[in-house]
Ligand binder design. Structure first.
Ligand code: IPT
Length: 995
């Protein structure tokens, strides 16, 4: 029962649309010389299961809380001990669906409520005059604040600051602050972002002294005129004072305009000027970046120049602390982004911790700052009652917009305001846009959810496929639903605020998007969905770590691993998708003309020249270094190109003696000196050109004289080094190596992209066709004079469609024919021919085989070092690489096809310490994967910890693979990367080899 000493009316705010009572007007976040008391740290904490279970008088200064546990502030209470034994509920994940009945503004009776208490003493330097303000940077989702037993007010809007005036109740000595935080509130209806539901005081708390005659709020207007090179500064404030910019010799009154020649701020050249705003009572430190954002001539411009956004959507995430991040983690995110050629962030889908924006200003990222608003779950109820369209919610929505804009308005990096995400349509959104335009005409407004785009300044969409994006680029998109808006929308620049869904293996098709962005001026780039996998670090009872996703906490309603769709893993290890994106968006395009002996460099940056880069060349013969040096390239201005001739050393290396091996030239652009976000030598862009194609591979192994004869005796057939099972025709031994011989294989453990799709998933079709359960019928095993021919029919139960597979084995003469592994090389040529009706694509077309697990050391000459698939191929470079089998696995949170290396000329697997290994090579490059488990085991596992190493290494060797696409949310595999069943012949040579 509700404690009889608690007046139910005192809890009304929980289910009220009202954004808060007793709050101060929103204002900028800044640092000044005013005294501030950090209230982060260990607070006393008790979790009540519901409002019926609250502690009476918990706010009373003398309430005995000694029995309460201590919880860190900031944190989310569900993350407490989450790895082993969560103490206070658990995180719960849903994407769109509300995890409670949709009955706004009411929320469930089971409303976990945290009771927080802490004491503090005013520091000796606390002045006797002025005011005291309690500032909460973020509390999820509604809260009431009591100081010394007095209620100061309440608030909502989890990812936005709230301030209360504490002056009248502050005491010189001991003060007791008590905060009640509710998991669910009316505000929860506005916070249906695709992420874990978590609660608590998850951002910092401070008591700020507000001096008499101090600064309240101020707005820095710092424009840049690209025609004159002049900056214009005007700082508006609600106090009189002066603004000084020593470096510019500026000293002006608040509200007064001043101009000076300045270096502009851009994400590529994040020039900030230290400045000070001084009033009679306070000195505020400013960092000013001069830049002007406009939409003009149909383009989004900064300082007159149209931008190309190479962006990501960033949620705040840490696998151990959830949405509470340290400033080091924020910096790490930005450094990682900058190192991967990312130049823009959309703060999906709420304003980030303010310190993140300080760092974006400092290190240089374009920011689309998004309001804490998403009502996506109303979509599942046909948008009935959507707060965006209900006047009763107008104030709540406007309040959120105001609080974001007021907090973040002084950041040079913020170039657009976003109203929120996936909140349908409605006049409240228009009201937010109108307010923003009036308050800050200097920043365009973004919102994706209203495709008619009546009140926004850019046309924004998510997951539009390549064909539609191309039409938008041409300006030939379908008209708006409201014909009156069509002209307006056609005049707008276009961005893909989400694309390239980075869930699991992928996303595929990024290069094709980038080509469109580069081709059509109207397409100003986009933001990959998303930066990081929101996996929660947990441990199995055996102590093995894994990253949990939706459902792992027993949630009744959840969206599984859809929360794991980032370019970095939860621990911020880059995924192959990030490496691919880095290459696809590299800002400098290097090309080689081997015939003309030149290198061309095109600078794709929007502002900066290539002065910070040094160019370097390297020649390799079959991956072995054969020369390197610097390449003198003049500074290329943004948008310009230069062509330079090869230096004599490079020509020399290119011409050096006939090698009989493939010779490749790699040219790379690297940082000339340390930058704040990466050390000197960091590679920004690269290009490879083949200088020779190598010696032609032997097209056939000679038969006849010298070729080892085939011997058939009973159960075994021997051919050269190979021993075959006479009934199945499968290779069982190669020299001293036991082998589970190759056989046709088309299955892959479906990727997240295979498993989903707008028009049914590929994986469903594949399973329906039985591709995961093909049976191999041996039709004949025919030993011949010089070889063995095995004819099979491969088909699934219930189907008359089949793949006919004929395996032709031949042997190299002992002593070798010059090819590697000549001691006993076997050549296998496989002829595959589809029979019957094949109306599904194939995941892959190739072979599977297995060798003892001791063969764990892998080296290859081919593309690498990362996995690469036909449509995620841009970042893989040709070279010689080595790894152990474990290192070849990509640990996607949900196990799936991964780790396949492409364009492989040869691969060797051997024992770690040396000894007999297996060498596979072919006249045409192939792809390979080597795993401690089979594709079927990979397919069956839900977490990497469920995969068990056996005593074999399982190999897949592919002549062809289907691409991966981005169908988990977005377009599937592009037609050119779909793999159709077709007659195919491929050859792989097998040799046991000493190393
Ligand atoms: C889109 C959401 O904006 C984003 O938050 C995320 O959920 C993403 O999808 C998928 O991971 S909305 C979707 C209906 C396109």
């Amino acid at each position: 029962m509700l404690s009889d000493r608690l007046d139910p009316a005192s809890l009304k705010y929980v289910e009220s649309r009202d954004p808060g009572q007793g709050r101060l007007a929103p204002r900028a976040r800044y640092r000044s010389d005013a005294v501030a008391l950090d209230l982060d740290g260990a607070w006393r904490f008790r979790l009540a299961d519901s409002l019926h279970d609250l502690t009476p008088d918990f706010e009373a200064p003398d309430h005995d809380d000694t029995g309460w546990e201590r919880l860190p502030v900031p944190s989310s209470w569900q993350m407490r001990d989450v790895a082993d034994a969560p103490r206070h509920g658990t995180p719960a994940y849903t994407n769109v669906v509300y995890p409670f009945p949709v009955d706004p503004p009411r929320v469930p009776d089971a409303n976990p409520t945290g009771e927080y208490r802490r004491e503090f003493t005013l520091p000796p330097e606390w002045p006797g005059t002025g005011r005291g303000v309690l500032r909460f940077e973020g509390v999820d989702s509604a809260f009431a604040v009591f100081l010394n037993g007095v209620r100061l007010g309440d608030g909502k809007g989890s990812r936005l600051p709230t301030e209360f005036d504490a002056t009248d109740v502050l005491r010189p000595g001991r003060n007791v602050l008590a905060v009640r935080v509710h998991q669910w509130s009316a505000g929860s209806y506005l916070e249906d972002q695709d992420m874990w539901w978590m609660s608590g005081i998850f951002r910092s708390v401070a008591l700020l002294h507000r001096p008499q005659d101090g600064v309240g709020d101020f707005f820095v207007h710092a424009d840049y005129d690209h025609l004159t090179g002049e900056g214009t500064l005007r700082v508006d404030a609600d106090a009189t004072g002066r603004v000084t910019v020593p470096e510019l010799g500026l000293d002006v009154a608040v509200g007064e305009r001043a101009t000076a020649p300045v270096g502009p701020w851009t994400a590529e050249t994040p020039r900030l000027y230290d400045a000070e705003l001084t009033t009679a009572g306070e000195r505020v430190r400013l960092r000013i970046g001069f830049r002007t954002v406009t939409v003009s001539g149909g383009l989004l411009r900064v300082n007159g120049t149209p931008l190309l956004l190479r962006g990501v959507n960033r949620h705040e995430w840490d696998p151990d602390t959830g949405r509470t991040l340290t400033v080091e983690t924020m910096r790490q995110d930005i450094e990682l982004m900058k190192r991967h050629n990312i130049n823009a962030v959309r703060t999906s889908h709420y304003p980030p911790d303010g310190r993140f924006l300080d760092l974006c200003d400092e290190l240089g990222l374009w920011v689309v700052d998004e309001c804490d608003l998403e009502t996506h779950g109303f979509h599942l109820n046909d948008w009935r009652g959507n707060p965006s369209a209900d006047p009763a919610w107008r104030e709540a929505l406007l309040d959120r917009m105001r609080r974001m804009v007021e907090r973040d308005k002084n950041h040079a990096g913020v170039i657009m305001w976003s109203l929120g995400n996936e909140s349908g349509t409605g006049d409240n959104l228009r009201a937010m846009a109108d307010w923003s335009h009036q308050r800050d005409p200097g920043r365009p407004v973004h919102y994706e959810g209203d495709w008619d785009s009546g009140y926004v300044d850019v046309y924004s969409r998510m997951y539009a496929d390549h064909a539609e994006t191309d039409r938008i680029g041409h300006g030939t998109e379908d008209p708006t639903t409201d014909p009156e808006l069509d002209e307006h929308r056609r005049s707008l620049p276009f961005i893909l605020c989400e694309y390239g869904h980075a869930m699991g293996n992928g996303p595929g098709g990024l290069s094709e998007y980038q080509r469109l962005f580069e081709q059509h001026p109207r397409l100003q780039g986009g933001f990959i969905w998303e930066w990081i996998d929101h996996g929660v670090r947990r441990r199995t009872p055996e102590g093995e770590e894994f990253f949990a996703y939706g459902g792992d906490f027993g949630e009744v309603v959840h969206d599984g691993n859809f929360v794991a769709d980032g370019l970095v893993f939860p621990d911020r290890t880059p995924s192959p998708g990030l490496i691919e994106y880095k290459k696809v968006v590299e800002p400098v395009a290097i090309r080689v003309d081997a015939a003309a002996r030149t290198v061309s460099v095109r600078n794709g940056l929007d502002f900066a020249g290539t002065g910070q880069l040094r160019f370097h060349w390297r020649v390799e013969d079959e991956g072995v270094p054969a020369g390197q040096g610097e390449l003198a390239v003049p500074v290329v201005a943004a948008g310009d190109s230069a062509v330079v001739s090869w230096p004599p050393e490079l020509s020399g290396a290119a011409d050096a003696g006939a090698v009989g091996a493939e010779r490749w030239l790699t040219v790379s652009a690297r940082l000339a000196k340390d930058e704040p976000w990466a050390p000197a030598g960091h590679e920004v862009a690269w290009f490879q050109a083949a200088l020779t194609t190598g010696a032609p591979a032997p097209s056939a192994i000679r038969s006849g004289a010298g070729a080892p004869a085939l011997r058939a005796d009973g159960a075994r057939i021997t051919l050269g080094d190979g021993v075959f099972d006479a009934r199945t025709g499968r290779l069982v031994r190669l020299g001293a190596l036991p082998v589970e011989g190759p056989r046709l294989d088309v299955w892959r453990a479906p990727t997240d992209n295979d498993l989903r799709g707008r028009r049914g998933s590929d994986a469903e079709k594949w399973r329906a066709a039985g591709l995961d359960r093909l049976e191999h019928k041996v039709l004949s095993v025919e030993p011949g004079d010089t070889g063995l021919t095995v004819t099979t029919r491969v088909a699934a139960a219930g189907s008359d469609a089949a793949l006919s597979a004929v395996y032709r084995w031949s042997a190299a003469p002992s002593g070798g024919d010059g090819g590697a592994g000549g001691a006993g090389r076997l050549r296998l040529t496989v002829e595959v021919r589809p029979a019957g009706v094949w109306d599904v694509t194939l995941p892959r077309l190739g072979l599977r085989a297995a060798v003892p697990a001791a063969l764990s050391a892998v080296s290859w000459f081919g593309a690498g070092p990362h996995e690469a698939y036909p449509d995620t191929r841009a970042a893989a470079r040709v070279g010689r690489f080595a790894s152990d089998v474990d290192g070849l696995q990509t640990p996607y949170l949900f196990p799936q096809e991964n780790g396949s290396r492409t364009d492989v000329r040869w691969v060797r697997l051997g024992p770690a310490g040396g000894g007999t290994g297996l060498r596979l090579s072919g006249p045409t490059p192939f792809s390979f994967a080597a795993r401690p488990w089979t594709s079927e085991e990979l397919d069956a596992a839900a977490h990497p910890t469920e995969l068990v190493r056996g005593d074999l290494v399982h190999l897949t060797l592919d002549a062809a693979r289907q691409g991966v696409g981005s169908a988990s949310c977005g377009p599937g595999v592009l037609p050119e990367y779909r793999l159709l069943a077709a007659p195919t012949v491929f050859t792989v040579d097998w040799a046991a080899e000493e190393a």
